[in-house]
Structure formats: C-alpha cells, structure tokens
Design a protein. Structure first.
Length: 299
C-alpha cells in the first residue's frame, strides 16, 4: 500500500520569501527619508545664509519653536512653544536674541514634509530658536531657495538681503546699472523709536506686605521739537499665569531723550510666596519692546 505523500508547498514558500523581501525593502527605505537632491539644496541654502544675518522681529527664546506655512502665515492648529528656556524656566537665559537685535546663525535642515530653520545669536551658536516650515506634501529642492525660506520665516525674523521688496529693488538696480544716481538717504528720525530699554525691580527679593519699586528706563528717538505718545504697560505673572488687575498701562508724552519711570508695586500680606515674573513693555508708533525680570516674594 502506497502512503500519501503531501506535495511541497512551493507557492506558499515563494510568497513568504516575497513578503520578507518587501519588508526588508520597507525597512531600508523609511517613509521619512529625505531625497538626496533636497539635502543638497538645504546645504546650498545654508551656505548662502553664511553671507548674511537676520534681525529679530520678536524676542527669540532659547529652545523656542515656531510653526509656519511656506507663505509665512502661522500654521493652523500649531502654536508657539517656548521650550526649556521659555515661560517655565525662571533662571535660564530665556531670550537668545531680543526683538530688534541682530543674529548671525541661520541653519537649514530638510525633512520629508518640513524644513527647519534654526536661528542663533552667533554664527556657531548652540540651541537658539527653531522655525518649522510645514508643507502638505514632500519637500522639493525648489522649496529651499533662500528667498522662499526668508519669506516663510518673515513673521519671526527679517533676513538681511531678503527683506520684503528686496527683489524689486534689485531689479531696479540692475535696470539702472551704469547710471550715476545717488542713493537715497533715509531720514532715521522720521519714525519714533525706543532704544536701550531696561527694567529692574528694587529690591528683587521682598517680604510680602511691603512694597517694591519697578523702574523702566529707556531712550526715545523722535523728530526734533516733537513729542510722541509712549505707552508703558506692566504685567505680573506667577507660575506662568497673569495675576488679576494686570496688565496696567500709562500713556505718556515724551520728546527726544532719556527717560526713567518709577512705579510702586505693593505686595499684599496674603500673596503666595515664590518667584514672580514682572513683564514691562514700552510702545511707540505701533512698535513695542518688552523685558522680563524676576521678583521673589518671601514670608
């Protein structure tokens, strides 16, 4: 009697080999892999930005993150994250580049559907602030043109040489090459501004039930013989939350010169002990500058 001999499952084995091969290919080429030409374009953009610098349009905080779209508008459902040097870190060096100051480091990195621009105070600085440019598709080399990157981060910084309208100015310069036209000299006094803004609390460590002094010190640049409105405001925060009755503000008329304003800040006997943050802001001609200082309240 001949025993039944099962036929070898050749087709099944072949299928298993194919599935394993596909799995290995999937592991070898992850979905987040960046195309080689995109990496080359990112490196080229970084080298281009080595020749320039940026001016901060807001205080750039250490480990801060901002999310934007390629046209420069805020990314929907994405908010600014302050990170380790932000609102939660009282004694860290929070602000790497103050609003209006110049920074040198502009680093470009590309991901599958995102380009990250890192901004630092010095050209070889560490940490700093990250601007994430989010795309609804894979990043292509054309997305990494320096002018497009500068436009995307324009709500956070202005990259010198890529200011709004710079391309138009360059076109006019090229069209008028060879003509002896003297450059226009801007009137730096035409628009009022705030310079050298500093804030301090005296004393910085105070017993509750007593009173501290808040000193705002700044320079006003205004057209000669003209007074301008300056808005001074103060906010007091504890554990990241603004206290009731804040912010408070005063509108003052200031001429060209140096000014110091002193406010009394009572600390109630019932105030919680701990570290508070006092934020002061000075605004003129719709331009605002702010600073934060620490106030420690003890029993």
């Amino acid at each position: 009697m001949t025993r039944f001999q099962p036929r070898p499952q050749v087709k099944c084995a072949a299928r298993i080999v194919i599935v394993l091969a596909l799995a290995l290919v999937a592991q070898a080429t992850p979905s987040h892999a960046v195309d080689k030409d995109v990496k080359v374009a990112a490196k080229a953009a970084y080298k281009t930005f080595l020749e320039t610098s940026f001016v901060a349009k807001m205080d750039l905080r250490n480990y801060g993150h901002h999310y934007v779209l390629p046209d420069g508008s805020p990314a929907p459902q994405k908010s600014k994250k302050q990170g380790r040097g932000g609102e939660g870190a009282l004694f860290a060096k929070k602000i790497k580049v103050h609003s209006g100051e110049t920074g040198e480091g502009i680093y470009v990195r590309a991901k599958k559907d995102e380009v990250t621009v890192q901004l630092t105070k010095k050209r070889k600085g560490m940490n700093g602030t990250w601007v994430h440019i989010l795309f609804d598709r894979r990043v292509v080399p054309d997305d990494l043109e320096p002018a497009k990157l500068a436009r995307a981060v324009s709500s956070v910084v202005v990259i010198k040489g890529y200011e709004p309208g710079a391309d138009i100015a360059a076109a006019f310069a090229e069209a008028g090459a060879g003509e002896a036209i003297p450059p226009a000299v801007p009137d730096t006094q035409a628009v009022p501004s705030i310079d050298s803004f500093n804030v301090r609390v005296e004393p910085p460590r105070i017993v509750r039930g007593t009173e501290a002094r808040v000193v705002l010190e700044y320079d006003v640049s205004a057209p000669a013989g003209m007074s301008v409105e300056v808005l001074e405001s103060r906010s007091l925060l504890f554990d990241g939350r603004m206290l009731p009755s804040f912010p408070t503000s005063e509108t003052l008329m200031r001429a060209n010169g140096h000014f110091e304003t002193i406010y009394s800040q009572p600390i109630p006997s019932s105030a919680a002990t701990g570290v508070y943050e006092l934020e002061a802001e000075v605004c003129v001609a719709e331009e605002c500058t702010s600073r934060r200082v620490i106030l420690e309240v003890t029993p």
